[in-house]
Design a protein. Structure first.
Lengths: 228, 105
């Protein structure tokens, strides 16, 4: 049985490799916000209040492009609606927690943290304080995101644009799913999602980001039926 | 004005994170749904990966000889065999840089 501290540290260690892509991306996000003409305090407030990677850039780009606040807010909600799926998966492991703890832990659920903690949870179901792993991944992400966006806001885009570092984001997610390429059913689900995301890319409010997972999960349900 | 929108966007985002964790109990999800939820990572992350590779900053499709496709393939191969996140990201970036700075320069 691992202690709370050991689980927290394990979570930190499991997510830290992803900071290789998260930190440059955070710097770019901060810098873009200021370049688009928004007040530095507002750009930083987003990292604290929304705490949601790409949705922050989309929000500012929409507003600076003349979209209404309603459209910008709705887009953030739709882009981040994928967290509903993460929550549904995680709820199984967090059900013993008190309501207040659930409310607090929810704030730090992020893509990479969900991915790494979910992998850990599946292998260590019997641990008593599993949620400390999720707190570890989430807090590491939170601290790095705050520092990265803040440095982008203060120092400007000191990451050379020619390096194309936003490309590190798809790479970080490739690292997350690549081992599942061993399983044919997962490959089919991934291809379905990927192709749908390209097909629906121009759908309003960036909704491809939730439409394609729904299509892919529907295919997953069909595959499960065929397996029986 | 913008701050108000940010706060609304933040509340909305928080609800997407909190709803399923705090408001839904496990009994409300049947075994079939739980089996489907096993596929969530495979069903969600390609929606970030594919557009990140195949669609450029201007929202249009890239050419089939774009260095990003090569970089992504290298990352998949290195990731598959190394099972290492840092190796996967670095291999993808370095092969991408090799093409844009050395080969196509």
């Amino acid at each position: 049985m691992l202690t709370k501290k050991q689980l927290f540290t394990r979570g930190m260690l499991d997510i830290s490799p992803h900071m290789l892509s998260v930190i440059p991306f955070g710097i770019i996000c901060g810098a873009i916000g200021v370049e688009l003409g928004f007040h530095p305090y507002l750009v930083y407030a987003m990292s604290f209040i929304i705490f949601g990677g790409a949705s922050q850039i989309v929000f500012l780009q929409l507003l600076s492009g003349g979209a209404s606040s309603l459209v910008a807010v709705a887009s953030v909600g739709i882009i981040n609606s994928r967290h509903l799926l993460y929550g549904a998966v995680l709820s199984e492991y967090l059900e013993k927690l008190s309501f207040i703890k659930k409310l607090l832990i929810s704030y730090v659920v992020v893509d990479q943290g969900f991915a790494e903690s979910n992998k850990f949870f599946k292998k260590n179901r019997s641990e008593e304080f599993l949620h400390y792993h999720l707190i570890g991944t989430g807090c590491t992400m939170w601290v790095c995101w705050q520092i990265a966006t803040l440095s982008g806001i203060v120092l400007g885009s000191f990451v050379p644009e020619e390096l194309g570092l936003t490309f590190a984001i798809p790479l970080t997610f490739i690292a997350i799913v690549v081992q599942d390429l061993k399983k044919l059913d997962h490959v089919i689900v991934m291809i379905t999602c990927g192709l749908s995301s390209l097909l629906f890319f121009d759908a309003p409010f960036k909704s491809y980001i939730i439409i394609s997972p729904i299509v892919a999960l529907f295919v997953a349900a069909l595959l499960l039926r065929l397996k029986k | 004005m913008t701050l108000t929108s940010i706060i609304f966007a933040g509340i909305l985002t928080y609800f997407t994170r909190m709803t399923m964790i705090a408001l839904i109990s496990r009994d409300m999800l049947g075994d079939k749904i739980k089996a489907v939820l096993e596929y969530v990572p495979s069903a969600v992350f390609p929606a970030i990966i594919f557009p990140g590779i195949f669609i450029n900053d201007f929202g249009t499709f890239i050419e089939m000889n774009d260095p990003k496709i090569f970089g992504a393939l290298v990352a998949v191969i290195v990731g598959y065999f190394s099972k290492n996140i840092i190796a996967t990201i670095s291999a993808g970036l370095v092969s991408y840089w090799f093409l844009i700075f050395v080969v196509f320069n």
